[in-house]
Design a protein around this ligand. Structure first.
Ligand SMILES: O=c1[nH]c(=O)c2[nH]c(=O)[nH]c2[nH]1
Length: 279
């Protein structure tokens, strides 16, 4: 017997930060998860902890380094942390730092942004996973829990019909999803903020403009558009669950349902995933 692939670290280091400017405050809230890989065989086989940087120390490192080094994007903070763990610990061959950022929006009254009050509550999060090993750092950024819905320009027809198929073909249905997207960058010295905003807009624009023949069709169109617009993106992965809105049968009450009334179902749901890569 021998030890196979293994890693350890602290998950969900929840951290918030106020950045105080003279006339306004910034507020950031992130969840950081650290996973370290390397020479930890004897910890597993002998109970020898001499090579183990405790996960408690990893957690403290995140909070301490945030004071000076979490001033910009989550990608920059992730790069700093991953580099820190790998370069200070010879037994660590690879660090993986995953960061999720919660979306807080500044309140605004009569067109005036408030100096220190925010609204939250949207499910959407910005994400990054930075891995660093001997080959250098790699940044995969994205978003998750982005709720998207369109009320037309979506259909699902010409699918297989067998003895168990009852689904009706439709050329006009609701398309709704809780989108997760991630894209790998080809470099690490990038304007991550501008790229994120551009890619998110491209995702939203393609979702809304696309004449969708299926979720799969839209998933590919979104990935393709992000790759076309951004040379620095190597590949795009998307998770697009199909959050069904099923037409309610009004005929049983003597009424016609002109594609207006639906049953919004939570489960079961279609689960569509895919990665779009360059040729
Ligand atoms: O866009 C869709 N893709 C499917 O694979 C599928 N399957 C299904 O029942 N409805 C849908 N919709």
């Amino acid at each position: 017997m021998k030890l196979g692939i293994n890693a350890y670290g602290k998950n969900a280091v929840n951290l918030s930060k106020i950045i105080r400017h003279a006339d306004h405050h910034e507020f950031r809230q992130v969840s950081v998860s650290v996973q370290l890989s390397g020479d930890f065989d004897t910890a597993h086989t002998l109970g020898d902890n001499s090579q183990i940087l405790p996960t408690d120390t990893q957690k403290n490192t995140v909070y301490v380094l945030a004071k000076e080094h979490f001033t910009g994007t989550i990608e920059e903070f992730g790069l700093y942390l991953a580099h820190y763990f790998v370069t200070r610990n010879p037994q660590i061959s690879k660090a993986r730092v995953a960061i999720e950022e919660h979306s807080w929006q500044r309140m605004s009254f009569d067109g005036q942004p408030h100096t220190h009050s925010f609204t939250g509550g949207t499910t959407e999060k910005r994400t990054t996973v930075v891995t660093q090993d001997a080959a250098g750092p790699v940044v995969v950024s994205g978003l998750k829990d982005l709720l998207l819905l369109k009320t037309t320009d979506s259909g699902f027809e010409n699918f297989i019909k067998d003895e168990y198929t009852v689904l009706k073909e439709t050329s006009d249905r609701i398309l709704a999803t809780q989108c997760e997207a991630s894209w790998e960058y080809t470099a690490t010295a990038l304007d991550f903020e501008a790229l994120y905003q551009q890619i998110r807009t491209s995702l939203l624009h393609t979702f809304s403009a696309h004449k969708s023949l299926s979720v799969q069709h839209t998933l590919y169109a979104i990935g393709e558009q992000i790759l076309l617009d951004n040379d620095v993106v190597k590949e795009v992965s998307l998770v697009m669950p199909n959050k069904h809105h099923i037409p309610f049968n009004l005929e049983q009450f003597g009424l016609e349902n002109k594609n207006e009334i639906f049953v919004a179902t939570d489960a079961p749901f279609g689960y569509i995933t895919g990665t779009v890569v360059r040729d």
